[in-house]
Ligand binder design. Sequence first.
Ligand code: PMP
Length: 410
Amino acid sequence: IFNNIEELPGDALFAIKQRLAEDSRTFKVDLGIGAYRDESGKPWVLPAVRKAESLIHADPSFNHEYLGIAGLPALTSGAAKVILGEDSPALAEKRVVSSQSLSGTGALHIAAKFINKFLPGRPVYVSDPTWANHVSIFESQGVKTVTYPYWDAATKTLNLDGFIKAIESSPRGSIFLLHACAHNPTGLDPSEAQWEEILDACVKNDIIPLFDSAYQGFASGSLAKDAFAVRLGVKLFAETAPIFICQSFAKNVGMYGERCGCIHLIVPKQDSSVNVTAITKALGSQISKITRSEVSNPPAYGAKIVAKVLNDAELTQQWHQDMITMSQRITKMRRTLSDKLVALKTPGNWDHIVNQCGMFSYTGLTKEMVQRLEKEHGVYMVASGRASIAGLNDQNVDHVANAINEVVRH
Ligand code: PMP
């Protein structure tokens, strides 16, 4: 009965990893997957994480027991403060429901299931372009996705008018997935003034925002700056609609494979006749029901590490420093690559590499150029021209600049 099942093409991003592993050339450069690499091109265990791990292992009560269904409370409460701010009115007013998830993907998956059950028939609007998995995650749960204009390829800037018009013309109560910061794949974020316009339009049109926060701390090195849009959204929607936040600690704590994240649902303020606690308890119970049937309870190890980092003042400070280290190295490599392309007089304008933020640059290189970069120069990136800037370092940036120069010219 399984003989006629169709074989699907492999995941484009993970296929890059595979081709890289099979490439026997000694000099190759991985600008594919969005994972931070240090100056020597190696994965980086954050110093804050190393310390947290040694403290956890030194604790005689450490064990591998199950967590509760909603996860580790020290993680979920700390995580809520990271994204909403220590002094968040929503937290003080107990309008936040937080539950641990299998990293950001798991949080989005819970959101998708929740939307399918409690907001049936409503599509989720995603930016054009967006992280490819967004569409897969929502559609796998029977939630349709629709795109809204975002990237203007001609100018390599935000299509703000198109974005706002899409908000205004969507049916009331539509769900808009917003990248909290460090937009994937473009690396292009709205300015603070543009966020105000976008979120005002969302409020006016009864949109339900779903913030995907996978890179907090990566865009600017500052948690507060990178949470600007989320915190403004929480403030503006306080009187009107709920908000979903899907939070990942993959990148900013380097927990990639440990799958540590959270989903937060924020409910609006209620008048005094309504019992907010009853609402948040009901929502929490529904999220737990989803988690229980799918993973029973979330993974403990990464959660313990992140909870330690978030609840120990010294480690928190170290973590803040670690995010600065990562974001500054990426910023420096943007500048270096752009300067080298300018010095080589590579046709085109390369300012966008510097102006974009976060892990990625949407280089504007065509699919054919990307193929030649891989085949002829051993430089791997996503077919869309998205390059993970974290894969650059002082040893390979000349090679990459020369390779880009060559494929652009010939
Ligand atoms: N959202 C976006 C936009 C992402 O780029 C990623 C990671 N590539 C995620 C969510 C989730 O990643 P993870 O499941 O590893 O936390």
